[in-house]
Design a protein around this ligand. Sequence first.
Ligand SMILES: [Zn+2]
Length: 270
Amino acid sequence: MPELPEVETTVRGLTPHLTGQRLVRVSTLRPDLRRPFPVDLAQRLTGSIVTGLSRRAKYGIIATDRGDHMIFHLGMSGSWRIGNGEPGKHDHLLIDTTAGQRLMLHDPRRFGSVDLVAGDPLTNFPAFVTLGPEPLSDAFDVSYLARVLAGRRAPIKAMLLDQTVVAGLGNIYVCEALNMARIAPTRAAGDVSRAKLAALVPAIKAVLEASIAAGGSTLRDYKQPDGELGYFAKDWRVYGREGEGCECGGRIARIVQSGRSTFSCPKCQR
Ligand SMILES: [Zn+2]
């Protein structure tokens, strides 16, 4: 499932293929993904020039010189393919550029979405309005985290997955960061010490940055046409490693919190 690092890698991978390009043709091959494509998507994007790409949480944003922003979410299985060939069964949106390239949004399970927003998407796209700060931004620091978690009785893991607290963090990255910072995922968020929060903030940034760096190297292997802007397997510290050893010598355990698997080390995470 594409997480923040995969979306960041995707945006960086698409940028040189789209920025400055006029979109000669934009077409959808079915009416919807998780929800319908905007009915005027092709009309508003065709002929426009891409002025830049960015990311907010797990959304990629393609800005055009008409002030429109195409906002994509990769859902469970989405990815972009770059090439110049015919679309396959699971390619649902095609973008042809003046450079003669074709970008195809590939999404077998179709949990992704595409929206079109005029003007500033940070204020005009409803899904963005309530989001917390980006975890890799300077706004996400110890003071901020201590302030929003103060007095909260919910488990620290649940609070970090709350998109209004911090944007775009997924299950894997929260498990990994809590292990790095030696915090029990079940601990009440308001009871995590300032010293532990001071370890947690850089742990979150480090685990995301390591994955972005790994994705970047994966991407370089896929330079050829028809290459997929792919995802990458990682050697996780705790995620998916129930019963294996933690670096402290403890044994990694799996519990279920809010219906999702949590992996942690009961020995060093307190
Ligand atoms: Zn441990």
